[in-house]
Design a protein around this ligand. Structure first.
Ligand SMILES: Cc1cc2nc3c(=O)[nH]c(=O)nc-3n(C[C@H](O)[C@H](O)[C@H](O)COP(=O)(O)OP(=O)(O)OC[C@H]3O[C@@H](n4cnc5c(N)ncnc54)[C@H](O)[C@@H]3O)c2cc1C
Length: 398
């Protein structure tokens, strides 16, 4: 096939890029190895976070005020884009406003307070406010040192949203080919060719939107992207008395641990709880692992069965900031949202589209964030990353 743009990956990033390019008049082909939303985009916690995983004050110290502000503006645009895309293409996945960041210790509470004040004073961000321990208990149903309620954050049903994005991209003229794994990318002066088992796509630009799996296709990206398996579960619909105690205002929650607990309620009144990770392999049934943690947080759920559980692969970077860049003049990539991709993948996809259209300025704002390599080289990288993540898990216990 011939196209203007060949996008590899049918998750939030690839589908957002596909729609923007198709609406700009480009001939777009999306190659998805499985089905739309099969990977992180259909399995995640649905939580829409504000900002990056590094505080704005830290970003300013690292990259300077101007660059840090540009990054903040892209984050805010990304949240707005999720809301706009969900409203336009996924009416069955409306964004529900309200994300509570719950502090698991006093240090985390102090840092949350400092960041909330800083954003208020320097970025005019007034959608978030601090909560005392009692109010946090009332809004979550669990015990914390306090928290932050961010009405600029929120949550949605991720797989419905991904499927809606696919409908939007197709309506704009993009072709989405499922069960079409890209095996290789060959790049030339005038075009790049992506080969699959059943055929190939030659395009002016190739956009890699493969997140945690980028290194399988482009081994040169392996130093920059690691992955961790996150485990999620869904209870049976909560009985009315428990339903009234847990998340009575329907906010979502993420806590401040390294291996964080994150949860929200579904439309049909289940608690979707995630709280454990795997670094090497995934057990065939993650239910007991997540359930044990869930009952530590919500003992009142002991008689409510867990009906579903699954895992998904999260792409992470050393800096915990997304990694955008170029492998050759015709091949761009965006990955590594490090657990904040529900919001940030929208801007990742939009910036990929802008780069393919020859408008690189905003894409370059992300490219200028220095990417750091995970240590260890090809053989030791995975064990070292696993050891580091395990050490964070141990640190949570103290
Ligand atoms: C369990 C879990 C919970 C999470 N919770 C949250 C959360 O609450 N909030 C938040 O902000 N973020 C969360 N995340 C992260 C977020 O889901 C991701 O950052 C985001 O979905 C990334 O979207 P993406 O389109 O870049 O990648 P993906 O959704 O991973 O899509 C990549 C696609 O590429 C396809 N692919 C890979 N290789 C090839 C190939 N060679 N050829 C063709 N196709 C290929 C895959 O099949 C996949 O569909 C979570 C992630 C997981 C796994």
């Amino acid at each position: 096939m011939r196209a203007d743009a060949c996008i590899i990956g049918g998750g939030f990033t690839g589908l957002t890029a596909a729609r923007h390019l198709a609406e700009a008049g480009a001939r777009v082909v999306v190659l998805e190895a499985q089905t739309v939303g099969f990977a992180a985009s259909g399995r995640n916690g649905g939580q829409i976070h504000t900002g990056h995983r590094m505080s704005q004050a830290a970003l300013e110290r690292w990259l300077g005020h101007g660059h840090a502000r540009d990054l903040w503006n892209l984050c805010e645009e990304s949240k707005a884009l999720v809301r706009a895309q969900a409203a336009a293409f996924a009416p069955d996945a409306p964004v529900k406003d309200g994300l509570i960041i719950a502090a698991h210790d006093r240090t985390a509470l102090r840092e949350l307070g400092e960041e909330t004040d800083y954003l208020h004073q320097h970025y005019d961000y007034t959608a978030a406010r601090m909560l005392c321990a009692e109010e946090t208990r009332h809004l979550t149903g669990a015990d914390y040192f306090g928290g932050k309620l961010d009405m600029g954050g929120g949550h949605l049903h991720p797989l419905r949203y991904a499927r809606g994005l696919a409908r939007g991209a197709e309506a704009a003229g993009a072709r989405i080919l499922e069960h079409s794994r890209a095996r290789s990318i060959e790049t030339g002066d005038k075009a790049a060719t992506v080969r699959c088992e059943a055929g190939s796509v030659t395009a002016d630009h190739v956009l890699m939107a493969t997140d945690a799996f980028s290194a399988d296709l482009a081994p040169e990206l392996a130093p920059y992207i690691a992955h961790v398996e996150s485990f999620v579960s869904a209870t049976a619909p909560l009985p009315p008395e428990v339903n009234a105690q847990i998340l009575p205002t329907d906010a979502a929650v993420a806590d401040t641990r390294h291996v964080l607990d994150y949860y929200r309620k579904s439309d049909d009144g289940r608690l979707l709880f995630a709280g454990r990770e795997g670094y090497w392999s995934v057990p065939s049934d993650v239910t007991p692992i997540v359930r044990k943690r869930m009952l530590q947080v919500f003992p009142m759920l002991k008689d409510v069965p867990t009906e579903y559980a699954w895992s998904g692969t999260v792409g992470i970077t050393v800096t915990r900031l997304p990694h955008l860049g170029q492998l050759s003049p015709r091949v761009f990539f965006a990955h590594g949202y490090s657990g904040q991709g529900v919001a940030l993948s929208s801007i990742g996809g939009k910036l990929l589209a802008e780069a393919a259209l020859g408008r690189r300025e905003r894409f370059d704002v992300m490219v200028r964030v220095p990417a750091k390599a995970f240590p260890g080289g090809p053989w030791l990288r995975k064990p070292l990353v696993a050891a580091a993540l395990f050490a964070f898990k141990i640190a949570d216990a103290f």
